[in-house]
Design a protein around this ligand. Structure first.
Ligand code: SAH
Length: 393
């Protein structure tokens, strides 16, 4: 077993059971991509078993802090079973579920989503890549499913020195699937959808949106960055008279339109706009439009804290425009999925947008990702999705 020796004083983070070892903390040692290493303090004390990744800034991701634990097929079976068992205890109103959420489930770099009888995986780090076959077997055993599609085409693979990999890892068949979310049917394509096909993390916020649209009697609804229209279907279910989905992806909008019909809503109540959201909001203002409810769910503007400043300006801009477009008493559901922007900073950004918009409002709720995307006590970096529900005064 190869060892990685840390510099003096660099053991603190692992002692707090945080799973990452950065390049700069290492004194000596090395291994092959994904190989299991013993990470030890400067004085040789055991700290963790981890996966070595020679190209990554995150040079080791810890598998276990227990010296007696062996990193073998049984280890991955235990971790996968634990993750699946957790979901079984959570209130998840869908057969689309995140089964493994990386570090939060003790499996750094691994994402597994379940869509009905198919799983979709992302192997995002050298360690998960090395154990891919073992992990695939463990997933099939723990879930009773027979099909796994791989979507290891995220940009983080490049940072790990890994080439993209996509396709059926186990089983085969069509990649077009239908899931049930709350009372709705939604479709996705494992092969061409964003991420693993769908944004499961917004599930509960969509239900809250439907409820809010109903409660406040919102008639004109604007869903910005709609993707395949999850929030649009929610708005229609909540009784909105007219919903507009805005996205820059034509295939996503085509699917949003199909979702309106699939769920039995009159297609005349839905309009889609293939446009840049910022442009669309400005044009709508110029045209004197007003909305009773607006969703802003943009892509990640700030992947890390280093991008926070530019991202903050972009968030502020769209929030300012959205607040100006809201009728008095209107609702804003505004989100950020940027790891580099914390909840407190996001609050400040939206407050700044309100000042510039000449608007004020009450924060009705603070939102986060659905519980199958857990944030753990020991890994705060896992917290990425945050949102505010604002009632404009
Ligand atoms: N709210 C969605 C998920 C949004 S993901 C849901 O509930 O499923 C972000 C979306 O923003 C993607 O669909 C992407 O195509 C779109 N997008 C990214 N940049 C955009 C831009 N500048 N203007 C419009 N849409 C954009």
């Amino acid at each position: 077993m190869k060892s990685i020796r840390l510099r003096a004083g660099k053991e603190r983070s692992l002692q707090r059971r945080h799973p990452w070892v950065f390049e700069g903390s290492i004194d000596k040692g090395g291994a092959d991509p994904g190989e299991t290493v013993r990470v030890e303090a400067a004085d040789g004390r055991f700290l963790a078993w981890g996966a070595y990744s020679p190209k990554s800034m995150i040079r080791v991701r810890a598998w276990s802090f227990d010296e007696a634990e062996r990193i073998d097929a049984a280890f991955f079976q235990r971790r996968v079973e634990r993750a699946v068992a957790l979901r079984a205890r959570l209130p998840i109103a869908s057969d689309g579920q995140r089964l493994v959420h990386g570090e939060a489930d003790g499996l750094p770099g691994l994402v597994v989503d379940r869509y009905g009888d198919a799983l979709c995986t992302q192997f995002g780090a050298a360690g998960t890549e090395r154990w891919k076959t073992v992990i695939a077997d463990a997933l099939l055993a723990a879930t009773g499913t027979e099909r796994i599609y791989e979507r290891s085409d995220t940009s983080v693979r490049a940072l790990e020195g890994l080439a993209p990999a996509t396709g059926w890892l186990r089983g085969e068949g069509g990649t077009e699937l239908t899931i049930r979310e709350h009372d709705w049917q939604l479709t996705l394509d494992l092969a061409s959808g964003h991420k693993t096909g769908y944004y499961l993390d917004q599930r509960d916020n969509r239900a809250l949106f439907a409820e809010a649209v109903r409660h406040h009697g919102c008639q004109q609804v604007l869903n910005c960055y709609s993707y395949t229209g999850g929030f649009s279907v929610a708005a229609l279910a909540g009784g909105a008279a007219e919903v507009t989905s805005v996205d820059s992806s034509a295939p996503a909008l085509a699917r949003a339109e199909a979702h309106v019909r699939l769920n039995g809503f009159d297609a005349a109540r839905h309009r889609s706009a293939d446009a840049d959201v910022n442009r669309f909001l400005r044009d709508s203002l110029a045209e004197g439009r007003r909305y009773d409810a607006i969703v802003l769910d943009p892509p990640k503007f700030a992947p890390t804290a280093a991008h926070a400043e530019r991202a903050a300006r972009a968030y502020k801009d769209i929030n300012r425009l959205a607040l100006m477009l809201l009728a008095p008493g209107g609702l804003l559901f505004t989100f950020s999925c940027s790891g580099g922007i914390g909840a407190e900073l996001f609050h400040k950004i939206v407050a700044g947008a309100a000042i510039d918009a000449g608007a004020d409002g009450a924060i009705l709720r603070r939102l986060e990702g659905a519980p199958d995307h857990p944030t753990t006590l020991l890994f705060p970096e896992g917290e990425y999705l945050k949102g505010l529900v604002i009632l404009r005064s």
